[in-house]
Design a binder for this molecule. Sequence first.
Ligand SMILES: [Zn+2]
Length: 272
Amino acid sequence: MEQQVVRRHEGQENRVRRRRPLTPEERRRREIRRKKRRRKVYMARCIVAVIAFLLVFCIGLGIRQLAGFIKGKWEAKEVISKIDDSRLENTVSEKKVTRPEFLVDLLTINEYSRVGHLLPEVKNIFVHYTANAGTSAAQNRSYFENLKDTHETSASAHFIIGYEGEAIQCIPLNEVGYAVMQRNYDSVSIECCYLDESGKFTEATYNKLVEMLAWLVTLYELKPTDILRHYDEGGKMCPKYYVEHEEEWEKLIEDVANYIEEYGVLKESVVE
Ligand SMILES: [Zn+2]
């Protein structure tokens, strides 16, 4: 009983002590402590917010990557299973230049000449020469095909035009070729055979090339000026004769435009 009285008494004293007005120094310290606490809480909230944001961002990125990966796999499968590009069939119409004759002899899928990757878009058509005088289209196709065993280099082209004007398709138009290193994913390439060291194409090769280019230009709704030499992208001396003879190259582009004018419906945008 006595103890309780004493405690109550002490309690009263404590309350009295708490109510005692704080000195300015004490108030200042309390304020500082309060500010520190607030700052800590604020910092903690910031850190939590940043972590939450990063987490959401990473999850989002992960989902996107995964979706892209799955889509890529699916598309690659599509490419391999659908070798005949439907666009090839659609070109025989009044509006486009007729598809020229060529032999379809596709390379085996391999990492050195036909990787089987989807070609997402075509901005340019590149013209090359084989850099091997006197070899035929078939021989050059074999060279590309054999790279899967020789591993000599990575090289290929969608088409090869022989010196007698024969043409072979090695890669479907919806797949990438290995022809212009930095442009393989947005262009189509044509290799041309030739007979003498000048690198000049025979008349048969030249005429076939004009036909092929006219067809591809209308197929992809490009302009004749979208036809480029390998040389124009990276400076390689290819196709030799048409790098050394600029006027012959210009004539080729003009001949393609004329061919389209004569045998296809040339869109306004195609004429420059
Ligand atoms: Zn080239």
